[in-house]
Write a protein that binds this ligand. Structure first.
Ligand code: GLC
Length: 281
């Protein structure tokens, strides 16, 4: 099945609720307090990338990316958008060739923090404050096909399980069941094994839109990169997309003028994709 990627629409499973995108993303309060925090000059362009399986995966490709990025650091703000939590990304930044980002979107689009200050954009989780992760976790724990991920992977806005080879129908029914119990959720399945349940307003795509709006970077100057299911929603927001050559089928199926499929792997695919988009102007 080929998926085309029109502006800010997505698969039923990932893009459960686009209402938050129709509401103004930048509130008057936020505009008032628009100081660029640790970013003295707001980034002109944003490179928003997944980490594991996209930038991480091949050391020489990452070294190539780091050198490429180093030459462009001033015009391009780098943002990591990942299923990991903030602390775990910071550890990677300290211990690998991953360059310093300007911000980290963690927990599959549930947490946005500036780097290196760690300051959280509180306006973002405020949109889904009423969510009840503990109840959802205990309901989903009774599904025999699923095993709960470690406690460090859980948060007040992210419920994460492992489940090998789950079908679309299974995921749809899980979501329907939670909705019928009154929970507003987005069910996200990645790499044929990782199951994340987050508030309907959250997810990597809406969080990326929020951050780009916060810095007033228009979508045509935002580049998003990924390899698996939890990245899908970033490709439906009029951003310019890069799918790395080792991408999973759920991303390989994307298609449309905003999507570039690189034949190169991991971080080398990101460099390849960025060169493609930057020469388009
Ligand atoms: C990361 C997170 C994990 C999540 C997965 C897919 O590996 O640590 O909790 O399920 O990304 O989003």
């Amino acid at each position: 099945m080929r998926l085309s990627a029109p502006a800010c629409r997505g698969s039923v499973l990932e893009w459960a609720d686009t209402r938050s995108l129709r509401q103004p993303v930048v509130t008057p309060l936020l505009i008032q307090s628009l100081i660029w925090s640790n970013v003295s000059v707001p980034p002109e362009k944003l490179l928003i990338s997944n980490v594991d399986g996209t930038l991480l995966g091949q050391d020489d490709a990452l070294a190539r990316f780091a050198a490429w990025f180093d030459a462009r650091g001033d015009e391009l703000g780098l943002v990591y958008n990942t299923g990991r939590n903030y602390d775990s990304v910071v550890e990677l930044v300290h211990n690998t060739d991953l360059p310093d980002p300007v911000a980290i979107i963690g927990g599959v689009g549930t947490d946005i923090r500036l780097y290196p200050s760690g300051e959280r954009l509180e306006e973002w989780p405020r949109r889904f404050r009423a969510w009840n992760a503990a109840s959802i976790r205990s309901i989903v724990a009774s599904y025999p096909e699923l095993t709960q991920q470690e406690w460090e992977q859980q948060s007040a806005w992210k419920v994460s399980f492992f489940g090998l080879g789950l079908s679309e129908q299974y995921l749809r029914e899980l979501k329907r069941n939670l909705q019928s119990l009154g929970y507003r959720v987005k069910v996200i399945y990645s790499a044929n094994n990782y199951l994340d349940i987050v508030p309907a307003e959250a997810g990597k795509g809406t969080a990326a839109v929020f951050l780009a709006s916060h810095w007033r970077v228009p979508p045509e100057r935002v580049f998003v990169c990924g390899d698996s299911g939890n990245d899908l929603s970033m490709f439906f927001c009029r951003f310019r997309g890069i799918v790395v050559g080792n991408g999973h089928p759920e991303l390989k199926a994307l298609n449309g003028p905003h999507i570039f499929h690189s034949s190169e792997l991991f971080a080398a695919g990101v460099v390849d994709g960025m060169e493609h988009w930057l020469q388009e102007g």
